[in-house]
Design a protein around this ligand. Structure first.
Ligand SMILES: Cc1cc2nc3c(=O)[nH]c(=O)nc-3n(C[C@H](O)[C@H](O)[C@H](O)COP(=O)(O)OP(=O)(O)OC[C@H]3O[C@@H](n4cnc5c(N)ncnc54)[C@H](O)[C@@H]3O)c2cc1C
Length: 453
C-alpha cells in the first residue's frame, strides 16, 4: 500500500528520491522529542506516516495537497522535528510533508526583515543575519537544527524573548504565505494581525511556504554566568537585570541547585550546591554586570564572547527546554512543565509549590517580556515524574495559585497554552481544511460537520 501511494506521488514530486518509504526513515520523519513526556511516550511511539515527501517548491506543495485532498489522505507537516509534544507526529498515518529542502533565504531587506522559505534553519538565518548587521529577535534553544516554519507553527519564544517577547508579540512575524487544503488548494497571503490565524496552530490549518520575519539590529554579546549561595539571591539578582531596560540582554535564566549539576559538559561554570544565573549581556555592559554581581555576593564563573550559533561553549544549550534534556540525561525520571509565574506574586507562588510538592519541582526560570511590555518569570521547571495523576495534581495546583501552565503532556493544541480564545485558528481550519486532513487529531475543537454551516 505504501509503495502504491509512493508510486502515485511521483506524479507530483519530480524526483523519486524525494518520496520516502523505508520504515526507519518514516519512523524518524514521523517523530519529534515527544519522548520528553512520560505521558505521551506510549501514546505516540508507534504512530507513523505511510509515506514522506520532500517538496522543493510551492508548486510541489500544492501538488501534494491536491493529491491528498482528492484521496482524503491526511498530511502532516514537518520542519526539523524538534517539537516537544508530538506536534508533527501523524496520528492517522498518511503523508509526512517534510519541508526541510525548502530552505532558501531570499533576502534580508534594508529594514531588517528576512524573507525566506519555511525549511530554513534558524541557526543559518542567525549566522547570515549577523553578517549583515542584524540578528534574530528570539529563537528556541534548538537554534541550530530547528526550522523557521516549525518555530512559527510550533514554537513560542526563547533566547531574546526577555527583550522582544514571544513570537506572537511586537509584529515580529510580519507575514507568510499559506497553502490550503481546500477543494482547490491555493496560496494565501496572511499579513499583520491575520498571521495569528495560523501562528502556533501546529500545521493544522495550512502549510506555511514563505515567511517575512522581522529581525533586530545585531549586538555584540557576552555569555555570562554567576553562582549564588541561594536560589532566592540568584532569582532577585537576575530579575533586577531582566526588568531594568538599561541593561541590554538576550537571556536571563536562573537555575536552583541541583539543576546546574546536570550540566556536565560545562562543569567549569557550576559551583557545587549553588544556584546559577546565565545571562547574555551586551559586551560593553559585561564589566558592570560582574561588578553588580560581586556586590550581590555572587561569584562570576564565566564571561566570554558569543560568536554565533557555533560558539563553544554555547551556554544557551543549557537554557529553555535544553535544561530538561540535561535533567533527563542525569535521571530519566525527570520531566518538565512550561509555566508563567506572576511578576508580583512569584515569591509566594514559589513558596506554596515548595511547601506542597517539595523537591518534586525544581525551579528553572526564563525571564520573558509579555506583549504589553511587562517582564515576568517564565519557567520550565524540572519535575520528578511518578504518576500521571500526580503530574496533573501539580498542574492543577499551579493553576489554582495563579501560575499559568502550557501543558506539554498533551498532544493537542487546546491545552498547550497557545490556543487562541477568540478561536481564529479554529475558524481558519474550518475555512482552509474543511475535511480535517491537516495533522488530524491535534485541534480537538474542530468538528468536520461544523464546516458546511
Ligand atoms: C531541547 C529542546 C529545546 C527547545 N527549546 C525551545 C524554546 O526555547 N522555545 C520554543 O519555542 N521551542 C523550543 N523547543 C521546541 C522546538 O524546538 C521549537 O519550537 C522549534 O522551533 C520547532 O521547529 P521544528 O522545525 O523542529 O518544527 P517541527 O517539530 O518539525 O514542527 C513543529 C510543528 O509545526 C508544524 N510545522 C512545521 N513546519 C510547518 C510549516 N511550514 N507550516 C505549517 N506547519 C508547520 C509541524 O506540523 C508541527 O506541528 C525545544 C525543543 C527541544 C527538544
Amino acid at each position: 500500500m505504501h509503495e502504491g501511494l509512493a508510486a502515485e506521488l511521483s506524479e507530483v514530486i519530480a524526483e523519486p528520491a524525494r518520496v520516502l518509504t523505508a520504515t526507519a526513515v518514516l519512523d524518524r520523519l514521523s517523530h519529534d522529542f515527544y519522548w520528553y513526556s512520560p505521558v505521551l511516550r506510549p501514546q505516540l511511539v508507534n504512530k507513523t506516516g505511510d509515506v514522506a515527501v520532500q517538496p522543493v517548491s510551492v508548486e510541489e506543495v500544492l501538488g501534494v495537497m491536491r493529491f491528498a485532498g482528492q484521496r482524503s489522505i491526511p498530511v502532516t507537516v514537518r520542519g526539523a522535528g524538534t517539537g516537544n509534544y508530538g506536534q508533527c507526529v501523524p496520528l492517522e498515518g498518511g503523508i509526512v510533508l517534510d519541508l526541510s529542502l525548502m530552505d532558501k533565504l531570499e533576502e534580508i531587506t534594508a529594514d531588517g526583515v528576512a524573507i525566506c522559505e519555511p525549511g530554513l534553519r534558524l541557526g543559518a538565518l542567525e549566522t547570515q543575519a549577523r553578517k549583515q548587521g542584524w540578528e534574530l529577535r528570539m529563537y528556541p534553544s534548538t537554534l541550530v537544527k530547528a526550522s523557521i516554519g516549525g518555530f512559527l507553527a510550533g514554537g513560542s519564544g526563547g533566547i531574546g524573548s526577555v527583550a522582544h517577547g514571544g513570537l506572537r508579540d511586537f509584529d515580529t512575524v510580519r507575514a507568510f504565505e499559506v497553502v490550503t487544503m481546500e477543494d482547490k488548494p491555493r496560496v494565501v497571503l496572511h499579513e499583520g494581525a491575520a498571521v495569528h490565524e495560523i501562528l502556533h496552530a501546529w500545521g493544522t490549518n495550512g502549510v506555511i511556504t514563505r515567511i517575512w520575519f522581522a529581525l533586530t539590529q545585531a549586538v555584540e554579546w557576552t555569555q555570562w554566568s554567576a553562582a549564588f549561595d541561594t536560589y532566592e539571591q540568584a532569582f532577585h539578582f537576575t530579575e533586577s537585570i531582566a526588568v531594568d531596560g538599561a541593561w541590554t540582554k538576550r537571556l536571563a535564566t536562573v537555575f536552583e541547585w541541583p539543576i546546574p549539576s546536570f550540566f556536565t559538559p560545562v562543569k567549569q561554570v557550576v559551583r557545587e550546591g549553588k544556584a546559577l544565573a546565565l545571562i547574555m549581556i551586551a559586551t560593553e555592559q559585561a564589566g558592570g554586570l560582574s561588578a553588580a554581581a560581586a556586590l550581590a555576593g555572587a561569584e562570576v564563573t564565566f564571561s566570554g564572547a558569543y560568536q554565533g550559533p557555533r560558539t563553544q561553549p554555547l551556554l544557551s544549550d543549557y537554557t529553555w527546554n535544553h535544561t530538561t534534556l540535561w535533567a533527563m540525561k542525569a535521571d530519566a525520571a525527570y520531566t518538565y512543565l512550561q509555566c508563567g509565574f506572576s511578576a508580583t506574586e512569584c515569591g509566594e507562588q514559589f513558596r506554596l509549590l515548595r511547601e506542597r510538592f517539595g523537591n518534586e519541582i525544581l525551579f528553572h526560570i526564563e525571564f520573558m517580556k509579555s506583549g504589553d511590555g511587562v517582564v515576568f518569570p517564565g519557567a520550565i521547571p524540572v519535575v520528578r515524574f511518578t504518576t500521571e495523576k500526580r503530574l496533573n495534581e501539580l498542574i492543577d495546583y499551579c493553576r489554582e495559585i495563579g501560575v499559568f501552565v502550557a501543558n506539554p503532556h498533551v498532544n493537542y493544541l487546546e491545552d498547550g497554552g497557545r490556543f487562541r480564545a477568540d478561536n481564529i485558528q479554529l475558524r481558519a481550519k474550518q475555512k482552509y481544511d474543511p475535511r480535517g486532513l491537516l495533522n488530524p487529531g491535534k485541534m480537538i475543537s474542530f468538528r468536520k460537520e461544523a464546516v458546511s454551516r
